[in-house]
Each structure stands twice: as C-alpha cells, then as structure tokens.
Write a protein that binds this ligand. Structure first.
Ligand SMILES: Nc1ncnc2c1ncn2[C@@H]1O[C@H](COP(=O)(O)OP(=O)(O)O)[C@@H](O)[C@H]1O
Ligand SMILES: N[C@@H](CC(=O)OP(=O)(O)O)C(=O)O
Length: 468
C-alpha cells in the first residue's frame, strides 16, 4: 500500500504546525499498513513574498533591501526549526541546509538586481525556494519523531518536465525508480510540491497552487492506493467559505465534479490535480490538517448523486471579459483560431469562450492575474486591423464568473431556467453564459460587485434549501 499525503501552505504555516503535520504522518505510518510519501508546500505566504521580492529586485537596485529580506527569511525559518525539531543534532543539520539555501537565494536576487532581468526560468528558480525551505524542516521533524526521512526536490524525485517555466508540463515521470528504493528502506520521502525539474536539472514550477498537481503526479507515478490533500478546511465545501456562511462539506464527489469545481474557482484543489488520478482510478481525499478525524471529501469515479441537483457553486474573480463583434464573422471559419492565436501572443489564459448563435459575436473570459488586459486588446486589434470581419472589440475588467456544478444537473430539465431566474432575482446582470460539454457545469459572467450577493442567493436556493 502507498499513500501520498500533500500538505498545503496553511498546514505548514509555522514550526508548531510543521510538527503537528509530522505527527499526523508518523501516526499514520505507525497505525496503518501503508508506505507514506509526502508532498509539501512552502510555509504560507512565503511564495507570495518570493514573488514580491523578485519583482522588487528587478525594479529597484536596493541590495540592502535584499539583505534584509534574506535575514528575515533566515529568522522565520530558524524559529520554525526550533519549534518543529527538538533534537539538537537534527536541528543543527537542518539549520545548515536552510541557511545555505537562503544564502544562495540572496545571491540570485542580487544577480537579478544587477542584471535588471528576471526571465521565467530565473523566476521559477526563485519561487522554488519556498518548498526547498519547508521540506527539510518537515523531514527533520519526522526524523525527530523517530522515523527515517529524506527530502527531495520534485526533479530529484523523478518529476521531469519541459521548459515551459511557470506552467511546466510533465514529460517523464521517474518516480518509481527514485522513490521505491527509499520506501524499501522504510524512509519517508518529503518531496517539494510545486517544484519540478527539466532533464538537464533546471528548476521548473507547475504554477501557483501547483503542489496539489505534484501530489497527483507522484501518486499516479507510484500507482499509489490513495492521494490525500491536507488543507485547512474539512473537504470540498458547497461554496467558498470566505463568501458563503452556511457551506456544507461534500462527503463524496466524482472526478468530473471535482475537476469542474477546481477549474471554476474552488481554490482548495488545483485544476490540474484530478486528471492524472482519474486516468489511473486512484481515489483522492481532501482532509483537514486541523481536524484530522473528519473524513473530508472522497473523490472517485462514482456518480454520487446528492439530494440537490447542484452539488456546489463556485466563483472566480480577477478575470476580464472581451467581446468581439462583427457581422463579417458569420460563416467565416478560422475566426476563433485567429482570436486564440492573438490572445496566445498576449500570453492570455482563456477560461471560457462562447459564440453567439448568430455568429456575430464571440465572448472570451481571460484569467486576469499576471496578464495585461491592454496587451490582449492590442493583439486582437492588430489581428483584425485590415479585415472587415470585426466591427468592434470591447473589454470589461470588473467581472466575475460563477459556476454551478453537479452530476444531477445532467439532463435535469429546466435547471438552467431556475438558475437564471434566481440570478435575476439577485439583481445581477448576466454578461455571458457557458455550459460545459459535460453538462455538469453551467457558468456565467456577472459584474464583480454582484458576485457575493448572487453566490449567497444561489447557494441558499439550490443547496441549503435544495430546490430540485
Ligand atoms: N468549494 C470550496 N471548498 C473548500 N475550500 C474552498 C472552496 N472554495 C474556496 N475554498 C478556499 O480554499 C482554501 C484552501 O485552499 P488553499 O488556501 O490553497 O489551502 P492550502 O494552503 O492547504 O493549499 C480554503 O481555506 C477555502 O477558503
Ligand atoms: N507554494 C506554492 C505552491 C502551492 O501549491 O501552495 P499551496 O499548497 O499553499 O496552495 C504557491 O503558493 O503557489
């Protein structure tokens, strides 16, 4: 038996939490007849701090600021080591690893500052330090509790990717040959989530929130019996608990439902997590590090119907909507391809696209983080400059996407009508509608300021008071 356990940033947010995680790992190792492979994220907010510091190093040559950042990072992790690890010898060893890593990070940041250049490759290298600091501490804590343990970077553990820095794609998974020998020696591997490596050993990352995906790749690569995502909520909930008060835990879900929810805003799960596990029919469980006895959410290929047609409603902010109008587009094939290639040149990540039945308009929803809306508009205007296909291109940056997800919606007559009736009652104005091919999801775009009220009304109507 092999169980992969992934612990997110909140779960390892400080030394005490890291020790608590080590106890969960060691207890499971002692009580259950299973080998354990751990994937860990950076301590919470560390990756954000690395993102901000890399930008500052690029824009302002302030070596003193970089040195302060390095010292603060050493201080934070030194405190974490002392809280997580009690044995002096292990502490000393871990401190040495941590301090030399942070010194290396400092040199890289100074280099970025002097060169005035931050390539995607350098950015991945800098962002990887979050996990490269938490993994040794967690490994030290597990050893402190009496188990053998080693920490490995994702690349060292066999997660080999292409060179698409910032959103790396796996090209070779050599997990078995790297990890199985450790398991045979009863060593608990602690693998850095989020971080992987190219064939020639360069550091890559899977993109923000990517540790879940790392755990899925490790689980699939090992043909694990279970993959567990340990977080700060007791499973996938019926909506975002930061917006909707009366959310409930969803005990069981299908892979498709989890995939749709993750793709459309349920931050608890990275969108790329489900696919590698679904392909191998490996069950996924979402657990709460701070309430480990709660069974959480169990995700398999089941088509578990709940008493409500809708299982959950999710939301995504930080997106923008581009509308492209033109009677000239009617019947002209290849227009959508031209739109996608123009957006590709602007590095845009398309979330949704719909085409009006009259074919006179195409609407596209794009993820806003780190994509320049004006650049998208510039590329689209350039693409259609000398053509009479397109009459107008407009952008709306203050929008949000709400998605209703549930296998029960499939073929459920009138659900869309009821859903949009409730949206109208909330006073929200629908700017775009899209239904996934799986019919498990209906998504629509409204004004960002209408999001929270609309989400609460839908959750109340279709989940709390399960209207079928
Ligand atoms: N449908 C949902 N179910 C559960 N959590 C959700 C959902 N939508 C948003 N969240 C948020 O996702 C958070 C967990 O994701 P994240 O912050 O990435 O945790 P971690 O640090 O464990 O990776 C929860 O605290 C919750 O606020
Ligand atoms: N630390 C990385 C990877 C990650 O997945 O973190 P978390 O498990 O805390 O979402 C990030 O912040 O993006």
């Amino acid at each position: 038996m092999i169980t992969v356990m992934k612990f997110g940033g909140t779960s390892v947010g400080d030394g005490q939490r890291i020790r608590n995680v080590a106890k969960i790992i060691v207890d499971k190792s002692n009580k259950e007849n299973t080998d354990i492979v751990v994937v860990t994220s950076a301590m919470s907010q560390i990756t954000n701090a690395l993102v901000n510091m890399s930008k500052q190093a690029l824009n302002v040559r302030d070596i003193a600021k970089i040195n302060n950042f390095v010292e603060e990072l050493k201080e934070k992790h030194a405190i974490a080591i002392d809280e997580a690890v009690k044995n002096d010898d292990i502490r000393t060893e871990v401190r040495h690893v941590i301090n030399s890593s942070i010194d290396e990070l400092g040199k890289v940041l100074v280099g970025v500052s002097y060169l005035g250049e931050l390539t995607p490759k350098s950015k991945d290298y800098i962002l990887s330090f979050g996990e490269r600091l938490s993994a040794p501490i967690l490994s030290g804590a597990v050893r402190d509790l009496g188990k053998n343990s080693l920490f490995l970077l994702g690349g060292e553990a066999g997660l080999i990717t292409d060179e698409n820095y910032g959103c790396a794609r796996p090209i070779k998974i050599k997990i078995k040959e790297k990890v199985n020998p450790l398991l045979e020696e009863n060593i608990i591997p602690i693998i850095t989530g989020f971080v992987a490596g190219t064939e020639n050993g360069d550091i890559t990352t899977f993109g923000r929130g990517g540790s879940d995906y790392s755990a899925a790749l490790v689980g699939a690569g090992l043909d694990a019996d279970t993959v567990e995502i340990w977080t700060d909520v007791s499973g996938i909930l019926t909506s975002d608990p930061r917006i909707v008060k009366n959310v409930k835990r969803i005990p069981k879900m299908s892979y498709i439902e989890a995939m749709e929810l993750a793709y459309f805003g349920a931050k608890v799960l990275h969108p790329r997590t489900v696919e590698p596990l679904m392909e191998k029919n490996i069950p996924l469980r979402i657990k709460n590090t701070f309430e480990p006895e709660n069974e959480g959410t169990f995700i398999t290929n089941c088509k578990e119907l709940s008493n409500s047609v809708m299982k959950a409603v999710s939301a995504i902010r930080d997106v923008f909507l581009i509308n492209i109008f033109g009677a000239g587009m009617v019947g002209v094939s290849g227009t959508a391809a031209r739109i996608f290639s123009a957006l590709g040149r602007a590095d845009a990540n398309v979330l949704l696209i719909t085409q009006g039945s009259s074919e006179t308009n195409v609407s596209v929803v794009i993820y806003g983080d780190e994509v320049d809306a004006n650049n998208c508009m510039k590329e689209l205007r350039k693409e259609f400059k000398n053509s009479n296909l397109v009459k107008d291109i407009s952008i709306d940056e203050n929008v949000a996407v709400i998605s209703a997800v549930g296998v029960g919606m499939k073929g459920s007559k009138g659900i869309a009508g009821k859903l949009f009736g409730a949206v109208a009652e909330s006073g929200a104005n629908i700017k775009m509608i899209a239904q996934g091919s799986s019919e498990v999801n209906i998504s629509f775009v409204i004004g960002e300021e209408e999001l929270e009220n609309c989400l609460r009304i839908l959750h109340g109507r279709f989940i709390e008071n399960a209207e079928n």
